[in-house]
Design a protein around this ligand. Structure first.
Ligand code: LLP
Length: 429
């Protein structure tokens, strides 16, 4: 199961800190990150590539979880980060990330966002569409500037995952289609404009992927395109960027490959194709989000009311729900939960763990076997570190939770719990 650690009182600990203590000090719901786990994952990517002896670049997909402290951590770990909006870019810069280490993604970057990227010296812009080629070209002319770019391709690969998070299929809103000749046309336009320095191509096939064949197909497809472009247009890429998508463990049903395994398979595929084509192996770039922060995060809730209906079922309600974790409602995502005071306690009841939001779909875990619970018990839900806080909402005017980083036996607040006043700060009476 998930690696549960406890102290001498039998309480769940995270990074050596008692979770009951964290709940007491910072309140609930609170998302707690084990910083050493984040570092471990980043290092797994680094050593994975270093073992293969290839040139690489890891860029954290900050949409999975961003905060100033997170960007600072990313910069301390000496990797890059990708951003997908002016807001993420702003936060990344405020968090101290070196702009040269930032990749800017997005299928509809605005003029203002692109100008902001150029003005701040963002390292790489991943061009998604023809409109962007034109708009960015105009901006670069106005500013007499140049920028490194990658072309985002839609590789036409259907990775096995939830439809909403699958992005590589042909009918996708992201990137230039290869088969129809769009990608070739984009290449020509970008090569024709010396404001752009085209360093390579990018694709992303989806998220929470366990099977390796999607990545192998992607690697093969991208090398096919590069080989063709070398023959036809004498273009040689410095970089091939495979995106993110590496699956993580939410419950015991999930059995993801180790990061090093994923990397070995990708590198092997790229190596054998480049050998076949006599193409110099480009630098291999990846953009993991979920796999860096997902398992490092645990949400702490406090249990309140319950409802039992004979022959129908039971509901145990917590003080958060779909406002801090929309994933069960949106993707039928599965989670586990433990009692912080005794995480190894045997199940004694079956109940749905529900939130406090005015919506029947606000179910965090449906029909779950759990120990007896009483109001005031702290419930810990692991693997909530990715796409939880960042997709949080103020539905029902519930404030967003606090975020705490734990490391070396110490817990520190990195995002304050929102207040009612925070939620009113843009309102005009
Ligand atoms: N690169 C690109 C271009 C992406 O679109 C994404 C994720 C990533 C990298 C990072 O993928 P990851 O390593 O995190 O799987 N909200 C959904 C996930 C949406 C993913 C969007 N793109 C969820 O909660 O499952």
């Amino acid at each position: 199961g998930n690696n549960i650690t406890t102290n001498q009182d039998g309480h769940l600990t995270i990074g050596g800190v008692d979770t009951l203590q964290i709940a007491k000090e910072f309140g609930t719901p609170t998302i707690v990150y084990d910083v050493s786990k984040i570092k471990e994952q980043i290092n797994a990517f680094k050593t994975g590539f270093e073992t293969q002896g290839v040139k690489y670049h890891v860029s954290y997909a900050s949409k999975a979880f961003s905060s100033l402290a997170m960007y600072k951590l990313i910069s301390e770990m000496n990797i890059g980060s990708d951003v997908v909006s002016g807001g993420e870019l702003y936060a990344a810069l405020k968090g101290g990330l070196n702009p040269k280490e930032i990749e800017f993604h997005g299928n509809n970057k605005s003029r203002q966002e692109l100008e902001m990227a150029i003005d701040n010296g963002v390292g790489y812009i991943i061009i998604d569409n023809f409109y962007e080629i034109e708009l960015l070209g105009e901006i670069l002319d106005e500013k007499q500037a140049n920028v490194d770019v990658l072309l985002r391709l839609a590789p036409g690969i259907h990775a096995e995952t939830h439809d909403y998070i699958s992005t590589g299929q042909e009918k996708s809103k992201f990137g230039f289609d290869i088969k129809s000749g769009q990608a070739d046309m984009a290449l020509k336009q970008v090569l024709d404009n010396n404001r752009f320095n085209l360093i390579g191509i990018h694709a992303h096939i989806g998220s929470q992927i366990f099977a390796t064949d999607g990545f192998v197909q992607e690697a093969n497809k991208l090398m096919d395109v590069l080989n063709e472009w070398q023959q036809k247009y004498d273009f040689s890429a410095k970089v091939v960027n495979l995106g993110g998508g590496f699956g993580i463990r939410y419950t015991d049903d999930d059995n993801p490959l180790a990061i090093q395994e994923f990397i070995k398979i990708i590198v092997d595929a790229l190596k054998s194709k480049s050998k076949e084509y006599g193409y110099d192996l480009p630098e291999i770039w990846v953009e993991p989000g979920r796999s860096i922060v997902g398992e490092a995060g645990t949400t702490l809730y406090t249990i309140g009311s319950r409802k039992d209906v004979k022959g129908v079922g039971s509901f145990v309600a917590v003080d958060g729900g779909m406002g801090d974790n929309i994933r069960p409602a949106l993707y039928q995502a599965k989670y586990d939960a433990y009692l912080a005071k005794d995480p190894t306690a045997k199940p004694q009841q079956n109940a749905s763990i529900v939130g406090k939001y005015c919506e029947s779909g606000d179910i965090l875990i449906k029909d779950y076997d759990l120990p007896m619970t009483k109001p005031g018990d702290v419930l810990a839900m692991p693997s909530t570190g990715a796409y939880g806080y960042v997709m949080a909402s103020n539905y029902n005017r519930n404030p967003k939770p606090a975020v705490v980083f734990v490391e070396d036996g110490k817990a520190r607040l990195v995002v304050k719990r929102e207040t009612y006043d925070d939620m009113l700060k843009n309102e005009i009476l």
